[in-house]
Design a protein around this ligand. Structure first.
Ligand code: FDP
Length: 291
């Protein structure tokens, strides 16, 4: 694959990608009410898809794949990247947290843009972002080491904070996985922090990470006894969310190192995820090292 700078200006390609995502966001949201049922298909990770997962994936592939300068479209919903010519690779979780659709709770779309063939690691990341389908439609974009938050109205981007920074005094924590399945070190970490912080976990990574950006704290989907690499996918969730948090002055960890330093060996590989204020990431890493 050629570099985005070979024929296209990469900044222009990134502008096109995020503008297209904002244009599609209201359409994806409007499509949700009629697609709350499960389809009879499973995704490459073996999870049953909602009708809405498949629809969002189709819309995004057509629109993002059609951008001049986008070479590959990859998503959690497809086994292999799809060739769209020359340019950058986009990797998407089209509808993250789609099990929240039935109870009408928040969900999102996560995007990572890589310069290079997939699988690619944090070194190859050009930008990342997410759309949050909450009571308000918002989008955050991490580019050039800076995080921007916008409200999306009628597909238009209205920037409300051009330098999002994680609050210094953390207040919330939210973690996935069944408690009896947590490892000893992770359980000890939660034991230690539960008196200090407020538990808030909604089951949608986008919303659970956005509350950490808003209030400060930690989000984890840790290594589990039954799943040593946890649940979340490196290319589609781990790396983009790590970059988003790090651009806001927070820290990411897979338990021992930044998620941006994890070696990418497989498109659908999973990774334990810890994202938040530095002091909390240091504490979780210390407990995990003691296991
Ligand atoms: P979902 O399965 O509903 O799509 O990876 C997807 C994800 O949701 C994340 O958004 C979320 O953080 C996590 O899985 C929720 O998993 P649990 O149901 O195990 O809490």
């Amino acid at each position: 694959m050629s570099s985005p700078t070979a024929d296209h200006d990469s900044a222009e390609v990134l502008d096109d990608i995020f503008e297209t995502l904002a244009e599609l966001a209201p359409e994806i949201r409007d499509s949700l009410p009629g697609r709350r049922t499960k389809s009879d298909e499973v995704n490459p990770s073996g999870e049953t898809r909602m009708e809405a997962d498949a629809y969002a994936d189709e819309l995004l592939e057509e629109a993002l794949g059609g951008i001049d300068g986008v070479g590959w479209y990859a998503s959690e919903e497809q086994a292999e990247p799809i060739d769209h010519g020359e340019g950058v690779s986009v990797a998407l979780d089209p509808l993250d947290g789609s099990s929240n659709l039935k109870p009408n709770s928040p969900m999102g779309t996560i995007i990572a843009v890589y310069d290079g063939e997939l699988p690619a690691g944090g070194d190859d990341l050009l930008a990342a972002g997410f759309v949050l389908f909450g009571p308000i439609l918002t989008m955050v974009v991490a580019r050039d080491g800076r995080l921007t938050e916008s409200v999306v109205e009628n597909g238009e981007i209205d920037v409300i904070d051009d330098d999002v920074t994680i609050p210094e005094e953390p207040t919330v924590y939210g973690m996935g996985g069944r408690v009896p399945d947590w490892t000893e070190g992770f359980a000890a970490f939660i034991d230690e922090i539960e008196d200090e912080y407020k538990l808030r976990y909604g089951g949608s990574m986008v919303a659970d990470v956005n509350q950490v950006l808003t209030y400060g704290g930690i989000f984890s989907y840790p290594a589990l006894q039954s799943a040593p690499n946890g649940k979340l996918r490196l290319a589609f969730e781990g790396i983009p969310m790590a970059y988003i948090i790090e651009c806001a002055g927070g820290v990411s960890s897979d338990g021992t190192q930044s998620i941006l330093d994890v070696e990418a060996t497989d498109l659908h590989q999973r990774v334990p995820v810890h994202l938040g204020n530095e002091e909390l990431i240091d504490r979780v890493e210390a407990h995990l090292a003691d296991e």
